[in-house]
Design a protein around this ligand. Structure first.
Ligand code: GDP
Length: 358
């Protein structure tokens, strides 16, 4: 799936940069172009992609700190310039626009909803947001910022792929030490998903195309992604259980949201050498995913690549229930000192009437 990336804020810029690197290293050519947008000049300097500094006349490149309302205003004021910079990169081949951001800060948290709203109003291709939730260790301010931003983003973007900063961190590793690892993990998963939607020569039996990725995410709202890979056996027969095990691990421990998750739709992509991928294993895994997610819409396909590993990439669209998201909104509401919902009603958790949007 051909896409144009815009990374907003420090985390957003680093993620866009990491995605471009992954795509180029593997020669997938899914990322057509990428820019990073920030109000803090220093955060843009280390990036290899093109950059746009917003709010320059007010802040002189010094950033907004944690003030996401200010970031929203400054993005609004510079929207014409940002929109043109992105528009110049969107060719007729582009099939999606992906905004990457960390929700707990100021710039990404405030500017992303404003930009997402404008881009969805202009383009027919989907606008997805890849958004990093703050770790449970982060401050109340990070949670309030993220809660308000997420509420607006999910009402605006075509889908919001959530990444939990606690999901892929090694035990004992500090959050900032873990960022680099987490960014690589995100780049690999999203990079494989985009590449899986590309047309491929020498084709597998059941190749995924972009429309399947788009249809899986069409449920809107929040989405999650998971991946796991295991050593492949020699023959397809050897790999029936390899594929089911990789799929279950991707879902249980490789997912970008920790805890139980139920979803409206799912996509399962099996990666590996085509003559080692067992159709029986793929079918079994798909049925398993249907049962586990409660979704009848589980799409699937292969992504052929030279590797002695078999990988399972799982995308969940229209996440309807997630312990992690509920816990996160609960904390965000507590931090805004708003009355907390006492009824244990999952649907209400996702409405978040107590949180103001941006
Ligand atoms: P901004 O520049 O004001 O948008 O703020 P930052 O991007 O620095 O931080 C926003 C949030 O993103 C933080 O609360 C962290 O949760 C997260 N974060 C910061 N840097 C990284 C990073 O490199 N990787 C990941 N995965 N998360 C990050």
């Amino acid at each position: 799936m051909k896409c144009v990336l815009a990374g907003i804020g420090q985390a957003g810029g680093k993620l866009a940069d990491a995605l471009v690197q992954f795509d180029h290293q593997h020669g997938y050519d899914s990322v057509q172009d990428a820019i990073a947008i920030n109000s803090a000049k220093t955060d843009l300097q280390s990036l290899a992609i093109d950059t746009v500094l917003i709010g320059q006349s007010h802040l002189k490149g010094h950033g907004v700190g944690g003030d996401n309302e200010r970031a929203a205003e400054l993005m609004e004021a510079d929207l014409a310039e940002v929109q043109e910079t992105i528009g110049n990169r969107i060719t007729s081949q582009a099939e999606s626009i992906i905004l990457t951001t960390g929700l707990g800060g100021g710039t990404g948290s405030g500017a992303t909803p404003v930009l997402a709203r404008r881009l969805t109003a202009i383009y027919d291709i989907p606008v997805y947001v890849l958004a990093v939730l703050p770790s449970t260790e982060e401050s109340n301010l990070a949670h309030v910022n993220a809660g308000r931003s997420l509420k607006t983003i999910t009402n605006t973007a075509d889908a919001t792929l959530l990444i939990d900063n606690d999901a892929w961190r090694s035990t004992g590793e500090s959050l900032s030490d873990g960022y680099e690892t987490i960014n690589q993990q995100i780049a690999k998963r999203i990079g494989l998903l985009l590449a899986a939607g590309e047309p491929i020569d020498g084709v597998a039996e059941s190749v995924v195309d972009s429309s399947e990725v788009i249809n899986t995410l069409q449920a809107g709202g929040m989405a999650a992604i998971g991946y796991n890979e295991v050593p492949a056996g020699e023959s397809t027969e050897d790999n029936i259980n390899t594929i089911t095990a990789a799929t279950r691990s991707a879902f249980f421990s490789g997912l970008s949201l920790t805890g139980d998750v139920a979803a409206e739709s799912a996509l399962l992509v099996i990666t590996g050498e085509p003559d080692r991928i067992s159709r029986k294993g793929v079918e079994k895994s798909r049925r398993w995913l249907e049962d586990e997610t409660g979704s009848m819409q589980v799409r699937g396909g292969d992504f052929p690549r030279e590797s002695d590993q078999i990988g399972a990439l799982v995308v969940l669209g229209g996440v309807q229930q997630s312990d992690r998201i509920e816990g996160f909104f609960e904390r965000a509401k507590e931090a805004t000192a708003a009355p907390i919902e006492t009824e244990n009603d999952d649907a209400k958790m996702f409405q978040n009437d107590e949180l103001d949007g941006l």
